[in-house]
Write a protein that binds this ligand. Sequence first.
Ligand code: ADP
Ligand code: MG
Length: 693
Amino acid sequence: MRPDILFPLFAPVTTLKGLGPKLGKLTEKLVGPHVADLLWHLPTGIIDRRFAPHVAEAPDGFIATLTVRVEYHSAPANPRHPYKVRCSDETGQIDLIFFHARGDWLVKQLPVGDTVVISGKVEWFNGMPQMAHPDHIVPADAKGEFDPVEPVYPMTAGLASKVLRKAMASALSAAKELPEWQDPAWLARRDWPTWRAALQSVHNPRDDADLSAMSPPRCRLAFDELLSNQLALAMIREHQRKLSGRSIGGDGRLRQRVTDALPFALTGAQASSLKEIYADMAADRRMLRLLQGDVGSGKTVVALLAMLNAVETGAQAALMAPTEILARQHFETLAPLADAAGVRLGILTGRDKGKARAAIYERLASGEIDIAIGTHALFQDDVAFRDLAMAVIDEQHRFGVHQRLQLSAKGRSVDVLVMTATPIPRTLTLTAYGDMDVSRLTEKPPGRKPITTITIPLERLEEVIAGIQRKITEGARVYWVCPLVDESEVVDLAAATERHALLRSMIGERVGLVHGKMKPTDKDAVMAAFAAGDLDVLVATTVIEVGVNVPEASVMVIEHAERFGLAQLHQLRGRIGRGTAASTCILLYDSPLSETSKARLAIMKGTEDGFLIAEEDLRLRGAGEVLGTRQSGMPEFRLADLAVHGELLAAARDDARLIMDRDPELQSERGKALRVLLYLFERDQAVKYLRSG
Ligand code: ADP
Ligand code: MG
């Protein structure tokens, strides 16, 4: 249960001053539903009103705060003309300009003969200074009514910055001092303020240095967030460790048959990853290991051998893929090898219904299936295994921590191997997986040809199509990936359909289309036709992103490449360069490109190393975007910027480890404060694992 002390911070934003239902909704859209969400919305700039020159010296185009006497009002005869208020000081005169003004209101605000303080942008016009719609107008004796340095927040249309600032002030006063959850020695060493003081100061920046992510108050808040993340992961992990494991070590006979049947020898990286996996499985605690390897690095074989290790002991194994297509593909790749070893494979996806589904359930429960391949359908509540000992999750970035837990609940102490092709930078691995053990396939199977990557502006589309036609006559097979326009599949689909029609008209019949809205069987049919060589070109939305294996495909065109994340481009490009032919990737972009987009496409041209690409992407864009957030299952940080606070992340991990060693149930004074921290950042699930949570 969330502690009472946090209630004010989890009140809806609509309870804040100045936010009714309508503005509240906008605010919610901008920051999130709770008062705390607003507090995490940090300023990105300041407006400095401390500059207070005389009227004659107020420079053109600058924000200034002037103390002036009101001379007279001149209301326009024509309401379309502006209302003017002439003011002056001893050095000169200035006109205040108002469009669509309400005269009675202005007369009250600016009484003739009074001295007032005005603040806003000065503009010179025909030798005379003006200020259109001053941001502030207050009587001379009430100068303190506006803040001389105003924070500037990222905004959304329809929400005035004044309104947001007022709501923020009200949110800040709702933020009372909380018990200190950080180690006092660490705070002192870093010279960091308390949580509340840090919050107050990040929302009241005085200069650019205060806006820096490296400023002590920002670092403090970032560290709070990172610690909550690392502590929550450590607790989940600890919880899993406590569940007893079992020691698994097969006699190697099935693995021997498979390695004999493979047309290649394992790479060094595959062999050493397997060694690590076998050691984990042999230990009597649960395995929780991440296998990271670029597209095409050969994860599937590693997974198979690991699963066979379990099957050799008479137990079952499961392989879960994020999509139907991938599950089927795994099934087809593994079927001949399983045959060679005499191992029984089964497949279960959302498509299996009724009797067929019931039959698979039965074979899983009776143990007639040794290795089950499927989508998350495998881990529905009504699925039971006879004895599941090992589970592999492919392309984990599509699943969340939650599914991982669900899955390990399916068997008696299931060992879990998570495979990802997303080359997540080290820093980010830590945030998503905490201390999860990691094996990396850093070396590609031998014989891969490098991919030539070129960038071409969209205006040269016709030339590109002509080039493609030439390639096709030479026997190439081509992926054509259509732009990711927005979240809306409908729009993406329209773009893909249109491109498909154009390519058909120019290239001919042998151009197929596959997209996410198609019926699975239709989708499979098109993919199969492409794989079999009955189609030369496959136009696709990003459904082909992950995993699909057509070694003969040697050309990939990606339209609007500037709209894709680098990780995604890298994944897509990994679909080619798998066969014996030299491959080409053409990145079509809409010019002009921003500097960042230019830099990003240059990275794609410069390297095929996924880890390097990921690091660069993080540097260029920040963590949130690299991970593609929502669908990624990766945590989103509000206060920490991993491109800047990477060092703090490592410290947070160490601290979390120490805490778990000394006070695993969070019972001490600090432990109790840490519970508040976990709730503050909504890691409620982790707290549930505490005995007296
Ligand atoms: P990933 O899942 O990591 O993207 P795959 O497991 O699909 O990669 O492997 C890509 C291709 O490389 C497959 O055709 C596979 O048979 C082949 N392969 C895997 N390991 C080796 C190896 N050691 N030597 C040669 N080819 C390999
Ligand atoms: Mg794969």
